[in-house]
Design a protein around this ligand. Structure first.
Ligand code: SAH
Length: 467
């Protein structure tokens, strides 16, 4: 992880006073997550740059229980994006390396503290699941000019599409201590590691560092929520391990207490989806079913209880979710008959897969919105052209309903891993197009509380193959 701050303020060598770091020296510090180095790649009267390089050591993370932890050995603890991503660790490093500049003290030239400087920051790299729009929405309201470079997942396989990683350059005229406060708060907001723990101390720090700018920021709510989640990660990463399912449950996390209470009054929206899908599968007369993107296996659990189904296959791209599913279904202790009818497989819905052929029905519950739009065509072919079950049930959020969730800011998605959320018209157009193309009929059903104007919270399409 590398952060550079450049100024063309004259004389630019004043940067050394402002940062309390001598331009001729390389300084290195040990931290519990690796080493950090501060140095000046350039220093002249015209232009000076200070760099903060963080050399995160994934092995030290595991040893010091700051990284994804758990019992025994798992490669994920050692091989993860922590060393390369400007995560919460960068925030901690900024506050350590530039403590005086952050608190606005400058012994030798105190007047520099309040001077508005032309500053340019570059960060390699920042993760942003919310993509470019989310990144911009954090910095632009504070007056930054934002330049982004998004990286491919793998340049040898351009068809895999783009990653969530960006190199970011920010330009603005402001005081150094304000710049550092913005970075300190906003970098962890972008960090997506879900292991978190919130202490009073974190809340206090946020209040302190956010004072004077966060109050008016249009994304204030998102920033507070995400900051508290992600920075806490630094201390309590070891508490639990990341899984897609935790990510899934964040949908609920992302809602305010009020929204949550409203939801708890009735049976949860997700339970309603599962029940509706189950009803459709039963009604279809299917005996063999696929649960595609099965997650931690909530639907599988319901399917297993039904005598009607004698062959059930759950598939997910997340190995971790499958492990959780196995655990929650008590797979090892299931009576032999039940165990024989259930199979869990690891695979992606965007690759043709022979194992999915020969089933009567398929459920795809809250999964399509996790796929990149560019990958949807592959998904359609995998399911409707290759696997070709007689019945397909697909559910997805209804974006129109988002206005009813008071805590969701306009245009935001219900969950940070969603790549899109569709209105009823958008979903219906997509689904009808597929039905026509692959010779299915489709009908639509609302799921959850109904509102005359925006419809229901979730939507379902039920496809039947034409004879
Ligand atoms: N259907 C489950 C889980 C929904 S969460 C339920 O209703 O409870 C979305 C799930 O889709 C996650 O478990 C995620 O791992 C999975 N997923 C995302 N992309 C996928 C892909 N390309 N292939 C298979 N599963 C995928």
């Amino acid at each position: 992880m590398l952060l550079t701050i450049t100024t063309a303020y004259k004389p630019a060598t004043d940067l050394g006073y402002i940062m309390h770091k001598h331009p001729d020296k390389l300084q290195s510090f040990d931290t519990s997550f690796g080493k950090m180095h501060v140095f000046y790649p350039e220093s002249s009267e015209e232009r000076s740059t200070i760099a903060l390089l963080l050399d995160v050591d994934p092995i030290a993370l595991v040893r010091n229980h700051k990284g994804p932890s758990g019992e025994g050995f798992a490669l994920e603890h050692y091989v993860n994006d922590r060393p390369y991503v400007a995560s919460s660790f960068m925030s901690v490093a900024i506050s350590k390396a530039f403590r005086s500049a952050m608190s606005g003290t400058c012994k030798d030239k105190p007047y520099l503290v309040d001077r508005v400087l032309p500053l340019e920051v570059t960060i390699h790299v920042l993760p942003s699941r919310g993509g470019e729009a989310f990144l911009r929405s954090l910095f632009e309201p504070l007056g930054y000019q934002v330049e982004l470079k998004r990286y491919e997942l793998d340049s040898s396989f351009p068809q895999w599409g783009m990653s969530r990683y960006f190199s970011v350059t920010l330009r603005n005229d402001l005081r150094m201590k304000d710049l550092l406060a913005h970075l300190y708060v906003l970098i962890p907001v972008l960090d997506n590691d879900k292991h978190y723990w919130i202490s009073e101390h974190e809340v206090q720090k946020l209040e302190e560092k956010g004072s004077g700018w966060l109050e008016q920021h249009p994304e204030k709510e998102q920033i507070i929520k995400k900051y508290l989640k992600n920075l806490g990660a630094y201390t309590k990463l070891a508490m639990s391990r990341l899984s897609e399912e935790e990510a899934m449950e964040d949908t609920e996390d992302d809602l305010s207490v009020d929204d949550k209470l409203k939801k708890e009054k009735s049976i949860s929206l997700h339970q309603q989806r599962l029940n509706k899908a189950l009803d459709e599968l039963k009604l279809s007369g299917a005996q063999s079913v696929l649960d595609l993107g099965c997650g931690e296996g909530k639907l599988l659990k319901l399917l297993l209880k039904e005598k009607q189904f004698d062959r059930i296959l759950g598939m997910d791209v997340s190995y971790r979710s499958l492990e959780i599913a196995k655990d929650r279904l008590n797979y090892e202790r299931l009576p032999q008959k039940q165990r024989e009818k259930l199979r869990l497989i690891h695979g992606s819905l965007t690759y043709r897969d022979k194992r999915l052929k020969g089933f009567d029905a398929a459920a795809v519950i809250e999964v399509i919105e996790h796929l990149d739009l560019a990958r949807l065509t592959s998904f359609e072919r995998v399911l409707f052209e290759s696997a070709r079950p007689l019945t397909v049930v697909i559910t997805t959020p209804n974006a129109e309903y988002n206005v009813k969730y008071e805590s969701l800011s306009a245009g935001a998605f219900r969950h940070s891993d969603h790549r899109f959320e569709w209105t009823r018209a958008e979903f219906e157009k997509w689904a009808s197009g597929i039905a026509a193309k692959y010779s299915y009929e489709v009908r639509f059903e609302p799921i959850g509380d109904w509102d005359d104007e925006v419809g229901a919270s979730s939507q379902m399409g039920v496809f039947k193959i034409k004879n």
